[in-house]
Every structure is written in structure tokens, then in C-alpha cells.
Ligand binder design. Sequence first.
Ligand SMILES: Nc1ncnc2c1ncn2[C@@H]1O[C@H](COP(=O)(O)OP(=O)(O)OP(=O)(O)O)[C@@H](O)[C@H]1O
Ligand SMILES: [Mg+2]
Length: 326
Amino acid sequence: MSLMELTGIRHVFRRGGKEVHAVNGVSLSVGAGETVAVIGESGSGKSTLGRIALGLITPTTGEVAFDGTVLGTLRKPALRALRSRVQVVFQEPYESLNPRIKVGDIVAEPLVIHDRELSREQRREKVVAMLERVGLTAEHADRYPRNLSGGQQQRIGIARAIITRPELVVLDEPTSSLDVSVRARVLDLLRDLQREQGISYIFISHDLATVGLISDRVAVMYLGQIVEQGPTAEVLGNPKHPYTKALMSATLSTVVGERREHIPLQGEIPNPSTAPTACVLSGRCPIEIDECSAGPVAFRPVAEGHDVACLRAERSDALLPTGESA
Ligand SMILES: Nc1ncnc2c1ncn2[C@@H]1O[C@H](COP(=O)(O)OP(=O)(O)OP(=O)(O)O)[C@@H](O)[C@H]1O
Ligand SMILES: [Mg+2]
């Protein structure tokens, strides 16, 4: 059984009489100890999906189940207990840390909420052990976030997230704001913590190179839908959806170490003010046929565990690098 199961999730934001269809029918499962990456361009609905998984947003429709329990059915004490089992790390470490609170108190915060039995002394011990575990020292506990580097701040964010020993952590672009060398060390830390504690991660990112290093499975989002998902090596090494191909061609990455094709998409990412009624890539896709605009396109398997929402998946291999002709 999977640890987290998102089923048929839709979410519409309503602001000033306008609608934003941020998530349009997403189903995703995360197994124990597994890292599932959610990738896609800005505005594709990744963070909204992450916040829904955290129980911070109640989806317009659809179901979120954690460890077999549907979130919407829980009463407050049960919901609080569950909150300690699912934690989050955000992109901007500094913005997510209260600048007026000392590091030690920031890391202790979840314990104050979720582990009320602990004495002040016990809490302090746990905080120091956690600081040391993420590569800092007891001495950092008495500092303020502004006196730390970006990498150290993100280590604080990670320490705060895992001090209650959660089973699932939603990592929303956790290394995007960090320098490359710092990023690699924070990724190492996340991997080590996962190995030690068996934590599951939902790893939200637009950086395919990072995703290739850390995830077991990848879900590619576009306009609030997952268009392709499967094992990381399979999706990044053998992408089938034209959108995934375009996303990869736009990235100067060496994930799979081969020369990248350049696959152009026409036009801009559409405004999500209405729910898509056809293939989400309709109008931008280089291999579109008439049927693609006739209605939504269902997922279908192209390999073991590898699903694609594209009528033309088999033909996407014919997409040619820019400047070359058949
Ligand atoms: N609180 C909100 N109210 C209204 N619209 C919102 C809200 N939060 C997000 N949106 C809209 O929902 C859509 C999806 O946003 P979301 O933040 O989930 O995307 P994202 O994939 O995380 O993007 P990014 O890579 O930039 O973080 C966007 O069109 C965004 O403008
Ligand atoms: Mg986001």
C-alpha cells in the first residue's frame, strides 16, 4: 500500500470573480521510502499540489489519503497527529524562517506543538542532536537566521521538518535558491536522511538535473495535469510526451549524458482561467492531429509503470532536432 494517495485532485482558486484552474484531475501515489519528483514549468500547479498533499489546501474535488486515512474525514486532534507525520521544506529558506526567533527555537517549534510531553531540557537535547545531524553545531542554536548562509538556513529548514521524524516530507524546490556546490551537499543530506529514516519525499522542482539525482519516480505536470509519469530513468531517458521532450530540450542538462534535441512548442503557456477540455498541449504541440483537440486525453502505459497522456506518444520519437530535416 502506498503511504500517500492523491486521487482525482482538482483545485480551483477563486479571486476577485476570476477562476484559476490550478490542478485539473491529478492522481499520484507515493510509496514508503520513495522519492517522487513533480516537475514542470512555473504555474503548472506543482506547489498547489504539494500544499494539498500537506493538508494546507482542501482540494475543490478529489481525495487525499495518508497511511490509509482520508484527510477530510479527520477531526482536529487526529489531524494534528497527522501533521507531525507529514512535513514541508520550502524554496526560500530565509523567508520560511522567522527572523526574530533563534535557530534553536525554530527547530524546536514542531516539538512544542507535537511532542508536548518533552521537558525543556529534553527538547534542547533533541534540537542539538538534530542540528549536528544536518551538519551544524549546538552553537548555531543561539544565532538568528540572518547570521547564517543560504545553505545553513536550508539545513535549519530541513532540521525543523524532520525533528518530529515524519514519514513524508514535501520538498518544494528545496535547493533552487542555493549555489551549485551547496545544492549538491544539501541533496546528499536529504538522501542520507531518507536512507536512515525511510522518509518518503515529494520533491517539487523545475530542475531536471536535480530530479535525476534524487528521485525514484517522476511526474511531469503541465497546466494542472500530469502528462507523463514513471520511473526516473525511464521518463528522463526515454521521454514520450512532447511536453516532457520540450522541457528536457530546454534544459542544458547532462542527466542522461546525451545531446539534447531542441523541440519547439508553439506559443505561450495558456492562461489557466478555464479547465482544459482537450489535450493540454493542444495548440502548442508539434505533432498534433485533429483528435487531440476533440477531448481530454487519458493516461495509457507505454512501458512498465510508465504512463503517458498523449495519443501520439509512439510518434514523438520522430521529433527531430532543430535545423535537421527528415
Ligand atoms: N492563492 C492563490 N490564489 C489564486 N491563484 C493561485 C494561488 N496560488 C497559486 N495560484 C495560481 O495557480 C496556478 C498554479 O500555481 P502553483 O504555484 O501551484 O504553480 P507552480 O507549478 O508551483 O509554479 P512555480 O514553479 O512558479 O512555483 C498559477 O496560475 C498560479 O497563479
Ligand atoms: Mg511553486
